[in-house]
Design a protein around this ligand. Structure first.
Ligand code: NAD
Length: 495
């Protein structure tokens, strides 16, 4: 039984109902309303930013030593772990995702707080070589207030990926969840508030501000107190946000969309590749920025491999995220399911053969749910919209290739550059191709595996900047250079 979901916003250190329009958070497996969450208003964003700026400058926070801030992060991790089952159930209810996945995402959120705490304790400022009679140093300082704007697909993990380093860096954070899925961020907000209160720290160090992107997100980006925005979401939104930020000359980090290639060379371990390709595109029901949605298979293998893939994709268990064994859960929202279906309709018009799926599943158990079957398409030209645009659903486009040059050219022939998978036993070929692919992450004989210590981000229209890794904290700090005179001889103009 799911405990009552949180429905209040966290503004200027206080939990309260937002002053804006109500929005229903709906379970995509059933259409049942989970909670009604009121958006905050632009005035409430301004109040949160103002209180955040004061909290960031409060000596109780500002003067904490890194290992003391690290203790706060460890406490947040422990509270997430204590509440893990509830957070996973909440995320499954709000996003539709399978429980197996949301449990892993919650565990990774706790892991991100712990890793970041450890990275914070071992981060060092540098003494830099100097030629004159002075000591030169490069030190890192908090930005003050930062905005963290997230999409709906993996709230627990994406929230932790921004909150942990931004707090570690000494900032206050304004977190904006996506309209469809605010509940996990609100629950995480409760956890962070509790950890702050236990330590006597200002609760305004975190605000959780639900509401529409064009109103609440935009107000965060424009607020004069906000000195950086970390954004994860669609490329068009990221571009618009970066334009606004440019007016303020404010740094942004952008984790955006993808249309990632998965490549199966002729010598691949076919069983391993089949499993990996399916997991890469159909897990999370394809609602993953790194979904391996363009499949390139060496021509001699193509018919057998794609045939076997379509057959197996047709046997994946489609069902509610709460059912044990579910492999393909509902999409996040009926409107998103309709968008995915429209893309498959478009692909048909563009000449695609639908090898499996291509429709919503039928049966009383799927009624009211935003389900769509795993779908494999082929026969499309590479410049078709279904090959080039991010569908963000369980839809794979298969393409044969003849030689490495042709493969690399087409794999890179997209506006995106987020990820790539290569399946082969030939380590030299894997290395050559991996180095020529224009993407932020390349997986070889595996796919969609993540480590918090490994930086993540995109190239081209997939984004700017990197999250995670030891340097993840630095992305939320400003660098300052200090020159400390040690002159024993008079300065040039000394009398
Ligand atoms: P979206 O761009 O529509 O929304 C993302 C967030 O931005 C939401 O919170 C939204 O309310 C907010 N927003 C919308 N307009 C805004 C504006 N004008 N100013 C400020 N904020 C605004 O994306 P989505 O549909 O929620 O998520 C799906 C997209 O996210 C996909 O393109 C996916 O690839 C991408 N994504 C990328 C990564 C990554 O790490 N690269 C991870 C997950 C999802």
């Amino acid at each position: 039984m799911l405990p009552t979901p949180p429905d209040e916003a966290l503004v200027a250190g206080r939990w309260r109902r937002g002053g804006g329009a109500p929005a229903r958070s709906v379970d995509p497996a059933t259409g049942r309303c989970l909670a009604t969450v009121h958006a905050v208003t632009p005035e409430e964003v301004a109040a949160a930013a103002e209180a955040g700026a004061q909290a960031a400058a409060d000596p109780r926070w500002r003067d904490l030593l890194p290992h003391q801030r690290a203790r706060l992060l460890h406490r947040v991790a422990a509270l997430i772990e204590e509440d893990a089952e509830h957070l996973a159930a909440l995320q499954t209810a709000d996003t539709g995702k399978a429980l197996t996945e949301t449990r892993a995402l919650v565990a990774s959120a706790a892991g991100t707080f712990r890793y970041t705490a450890a990275a914070l304790e071992t981060a060092e400022d540098a003494l830099t070589p100097s030629r004159g009679e002075y000591l030169t140093m490069s030190v890192h300082e908090p930005i003050g207030v930062v905005g963290a704007i997230n999409p709906w697909n993996s709230p627990a993990a994406s929230d932790a990926q921004k909150l942990a380093p931004a707090l570690a860096a000494g900032n206050a954070v304004l977190l904006k969840p996506a309209e469809w899925t605010p509940l996990v961020s609100l629950a995480l907000g409760r956890i962070v508030t509790r950890a702050l209160e236990e330590r006597g720290l200002p609760t305004a160090l975190l605000a959780v501000l639900p509401g529409p992107g064009r109103v609440v997100g935009d107000a965060i980006v424009r607020d004069p107190h906000v000195g950086k925005v970390a954004f994860t979401g669609g490329t068009a939104t990221g571009r618009a946000l970066a334009r606004t930020a440019a007016e303020k000359l404010m740094p942004v980090s952008l984790e955006l969309g993808g249309k990632s290639p998965t490549i199966v060379l002729a010598d691949a371990d076919v069983e391993q590749a089949l499993a990996g390709v399916m997991f890469g595109v159909f897990s999370s029901t394809g609602q993953s920025c790194v979904a391996g949605s363009r499949l390139f298979v060496a021509r001699p293998l193509y018919d057998d491999f794609v045939g076997a893939l379509a057959e197996r994709a047709g046997t994946l268990r489609v069902g509610p995220g709460t059912a044990p064994g579910t492999q393909v859960a509902p999409l996040v929202h009926p409107a998103h399911r309709d968008r995915v279906a429209a893309y498959v309709g478009l692909a048909r018009e563009e000449g695609a053969r639908v090898l499996c799926g291509g429709a919503a599943p039928e049966g009383p158990e799927y009624e009211g749910g935003a389900y769509y079957l795993p779908t494999v398409l082929d026969g499309l030209p590479h410049d078709s919209r279904a090959c080039q645009e991010e569908i963000f659903g369980p839809v794979l486009v298969a393409l044969p290739f003849d030689d490495e040059e042709d493969l690399v050219r087409r794999a890179n022939d997209t506006v995106y550059g987020l990820a790539c998978g290569i399946w082969t036993r030939d380590h030299r070929a894997a290395w050559r191709i991996a180095r020529r692919i224009d993407a932020g992450t390349v997986w070889i004989n595996t796919y969609k595996q993540f480590s918090v210590s490994t930086p993540f981000g995109g190239t081209k229209a997939s984004g700017l900047g990197r999250e995670k890794g030891r340097d993840g904290i630095r992305a939320y700090q400003r660098q300052k250079s200090l020159y400390w005179g040690t002159a024993t001889t008079p300065l040039p103009w000394a009398g």
